[in-house]
Design a protein around this ligand. Sequence first.
Ligand SMILES: Cc1ncc(COP(=O)(O)O)c(C=O)c1O
Length: 385
Amino acid sequence: MKQIQLSRNVVDDISFGAIVKIRDQLLEMQRAGKKVYRLESGDPSFPIPEHVRLAIEDALKKNRTHYTDSTGIPELRKAIAEKLVKKNGIRSATPENVLVSNGGMNALYITFRSLIAPGEKVIIPDPMWTEIAEIIKLADGIPIRIPVERYVEEMRKYENDDRVRAVFINSPHNPTGYVFGEKQISDIIDFAESKGIFIVSDEAYEDVIFDGLKHLSPGSLYDDTISLFSMSKSYAMSGLRIGYAHTSNEILYDRMKKLLRCTINGVNSATQYGAVAALTGPQDYIGEMRKEYQKRRDIIYEAVSESRYLEPIKPHGTFYLWNRIKEYPPGVSDSWGMTSYLLEKTGVGSSPGPVFGPAGEGYIRFAFSAATDHIQEAADVLRNF
Ligand SMILES: Cc1ncc(COP(=O)(O)O)c(C=O)c1O
């Protein structure tokens, strides 16, 4: 069929999930009757908390199915503000400067779109969850990638670059599971403060943190932080698509509000009532989930430590295991090759490091968010790889 010609636009420069390619390969193997292990991408295996499900059902029964304020229902904004003050120490949070988004992803989009003027730069870690650089590009910005292990030292090179508008922090960090320490966060704040720029803090994994470490919100120390959260990981609400953001900058908040209005015009109403229940109800769910993830982390970390080809780097947060390729099998010379080889030989799906940025070459990532039995089985296979 003849199609109308389109002019090139910014979306043409956005990659379409390299992980999709691996997923398709996995599904094909599955269809062919082969046993596969889905460790290529992360989605919590847990059901949502019972009281959250009941709150959503109750909202539907009460016909709370109409348009809501596009920044979120007042009850939810109040619950978010209270949570941010109490749990995250973000003292400036009020129902008037938080907003509800369609997952953390949407919060990231409206943040960068509101923050950046064309050609301005944002410093991000390398490697980094793929979508961050793409969203910055979509917002007409330029992502500047800095190796995560030298993040603080190397960002100082940009001290005199007036085009840098923000520094991005994601702790715990996807894909490495790295948790930024207090000193690093305070050094990043010093850098941002001296330059008069923002910090964008993606705290999607604030609750998936191990070994007794405590999550630290940069927004509790630096007012010019835009703090972003997701309910996908903390309450396994990934498919319900809900997250939230806070900024005490009024101009920015106004812009973000306009973007919400002109894009999603509010998260679906019933989910918002579920989110109120999640934030104001019992929080023991989080502790139990964290314990189970830590168990999975230990299972897979110990197994991969014995493998011939991979050296795992112990994550202190998230549900990802980042692995250095210490030896390449014959005929394999890069991360993509290793991902395919691993899949063919063992049925284990993984993500090649370079999808997260150039620093990812020589690495592959496993997600351990699947059920513990599944992780155990995959670990048994990986131990002998
Ligand atoms: C680092 C990071 N930020 C944000 C998100 C957004 O998650 P969601 O849109 O489901 O809230 C993800 C999802 O995987 C993530 O890994």
